[in-house]
Design a protein around this ligand. Structure first.
Ligand code: NDP
Length: 331
């Protein structure tokens, strides 16, 4: 079977040399284990952090070992009473065609409830990130102005829509005209293309009443521009800083302390795992919104195992609309 290992720790943007394609035998599941055939695999910006050998909230990927990420797969052999052949599961598994793992490492999903890919997107980690980051930290109120960066991505597109559900006015920032068009279709009130517009000026125009919630997916200069518009008691969930993930040195920028003091604003970093004990609540609500049509989602699906590294790198050039996935094989 095919497998992708971390061959080198990247310095700056990962390259072909970062990844090593290898061939190994299909593993034999032990007692209590299941053998999973990979159907869909998720590529996520946070994985860039795990390629670095620095302390973080998740361990770095070991060198010369298979890279791990979110996978939706099918049980092909089960040595556990909890699963049978043909079950569809989701779990953190390797970038490989087959994985043998303890049964407790995977969770069953019901293909009749929603398309199985949603377990890696709107009903999975990105959905829960949007839900808890926005509602727990951002707490948007009716009529308030919510700004979201990375707005057409997996997390951002959901953040904007959930803010609309809560009655807020939503401003989305993204990097292509197609994405801007998509945000308009989703009902965003204002949009900004940060690659073609002066972000500061566009924000001032889009936010005449200032900014009450800024859901930050990107960091860097885009965020610097938003901070100058924070209203009294604004809330700023810090979800990601993708603009800095491939910077070789320190990411330096203007200081924000005085802006936070003057606005009595709250800036709070978080990881979705902080809310692990409430995932069931989040999944239930997200599922209900998808079902009643108030929450829409997009998936960009690249086909073929050999295209995994390119799909991953595409996150940093913005080639994805909504959740980026790789289809490895048909169910
Ligand atoms: P996305 O689907 O949003 O994909 C990444 C997008 O980021 C690209 O499509 C691109 O869109 C944009 N982007 C890339 N480089 C830059 C840049 N230099 N400046 C501005 N925008 C850029 O990914 P996710 O929705 O999965 O993740 C969004 C953010 O949330 C990431 O920062 C991620 O690390 C973070 N995250 C945090 C979690 C947590 O628990 N805290 C959990 C999940 C995600 P465009 O064309 O608009 O540039």
């Amino acid at each position: 079977q095919k497998q992708i290992q971390l061959a080198q720790r990247p310095n700056g943007m990962p390259t072909a040399e970062t990844f090593r394609f290898t061939n190994t035998s299909v593993p034999e599941p032990k007692e209590g284990e299941v053998l999973v055939r990979t159907l869909y695999l998720s590529v996520d910006p946070y994985m860039r952090g795990r390629m670095q050998d620095t302390k973080s909230y998740v361990e770095p990927f070991p060198l010369d070992e298979v890279i791990h990420g979110g996978v939706v797969g099918e049980i092909v052999q089960s040595n556990s009473p909890d699963f049978k052949r043909g079950d569809t599961i989701v779990g953190m598994l390797g970038w490989q065609e087959y994985s043998a793992v303890p049964a407790k490492a995977v969770r069953k999903i019901d293909p009749d409830v929603a398309p199985i890919t949603t377990a890696l997107g709107v009903l999975g980690m990105p959905g829960l990130t949007a839900y808890f980051g926005l509602l727990h930290i951002g707490q948007p109120q009716e009529g308030e102005t919510v700004v979201v960066s990375g707005a057409a991505g997996a997390v951002g597109s959901l953040v904007g829509q959930i803010a609309k559900i809560k009655g807020a006015r939503v401003v989305g920032i993204a990097g292509t005209e197609d994405k801007i068009q998509y945000l308009k279709e989703l009902g965003f009130d204002e949009t900004i293309n940060y690659k073609t517009e002066d972000v500061q000026k566009a924000l001032e125009k889009a936010c005449p009443n200032g900014v009450d919630v800024y859901f930050d997916n990107v960091g860097g200069e885009i965020s610097d521009a938003v901070y100058s518009l924070l209203n009294k008691f604004a809330r700023v969930p810090i979800c990601g800083a993708i603009s800095s993930y491939n910077k070789a040195g320190e990411d330096l920028g203007p200081r924000v302390q005085m802006k936070l003091i003057k606005s009595s604003a709250l800036m709070k970093g978080f990881v979705v795992g902080d809310y692990a004990d409430r995932f069931e609540e989040g999944s239930r609500q997200l599922g209900a919104w998808v079902k009643n049509g108030s929450l829409k989602y997009e998936e960009t699906i690249v086909e073929g195992f050999e295209n995994i590294p390119d799909a991953f790198l595409g996150l940093f050039s913005g080639s994805n609309l909504g959740k980026q996935l790789v289809k490895v094989t048909d169910p």
